[in-house]
Design a protein around this ligand. Structure first.
Ligand SMILES: [Fe+2]
Length: 199
């Protein structure tokens, strides 16, 4: 039993999987899903971090807007982890595994104004959603069940992204964060954009 478990982890190929897929296909899908699990866990923790650190005149609006997003993204992480388990593999949900595996940096902003955090969150959501789309493409041929799950998550994430971006948009449809390539840059562009609006 111990040997089999060790082998499964080392090779990443399960001993069984759902009917209609090979264990090798399941391993390929699970690898994509593990990265999405990391991203979703990171996202709901980051959203809660912002919920705690947002300050300024729009505190209540943003503080309260974020909690339903935290809950929904946490549910997405749960569904994703359980899909990995359903495929016959082991989802890794510990903080150490997440930090070791992820290809992105930790959220970089502590206590800051609402519009500054929203500017940074625009970039955070952009990254997660782009990677989710790539994951949809990667699993689509092999497994429409997993594809369907990721598509549903993407639709919800895009709506939350819109909630964030609506704060950064002018009536002419321009985003204050346009062209920003880092959270710090997005934060300062969002702050400058808000000043222009009130000037
Ligand atoms: Fe709270």
């Amino acid at each position: 039993m111990a040997k089999e478990s060790k082998k499964m982890k080392a090779e990443g190929v399960p001993l069984y999987t759902v009917p209609g897929l090979t264990p090798e296909q399941a391993a390929e899908i699970a690898a994509v899903l593990q990265d999405r699990l990391n991203a979703l866990t990171d996202l709901h923790l980051t959203l809660k971090h912002v919920h705690w650190n947002v300050v300024g005149p729009h505190f209540v609006a943003v503080h309260e807007m974020l909690d339903p997003q935290v809950d929904a993204v946490r549910e997405m992480a749960d569904t994703t982890a359980e899909r990995i388990a359903t495929l016959g593999l082991s989802p890794y949900g510990t903080p150490g595994a997440l930090v070791a595996d992820r290809s992105w940096d930790d959220y970089s902003i502590g206590r800051a104004g609402a519009i500054e955090h929203l500017g940074a969150l625009d970039l955070v959501y952009s990254g997660v959603i782009q990677d989710h789309r790539r994951a949809v493409e990667a699993v689509g041929e092999l497994d429409p069940i997993t594809e369907d799950m990721l598509i549903a998550q993407s639709a919800q994430l895009e709506q939350y992204h819109w909630f964030v971006r609506a704060h950064l948009e002018t009536s002419g449809g321009q985003l204050s964060t346009a062209g920003a390539s880092s959270e710090v840059q997005a934060r300062s562009q969002a702050r400058a954009g808000a000043k222009r609006k009130t000037a």
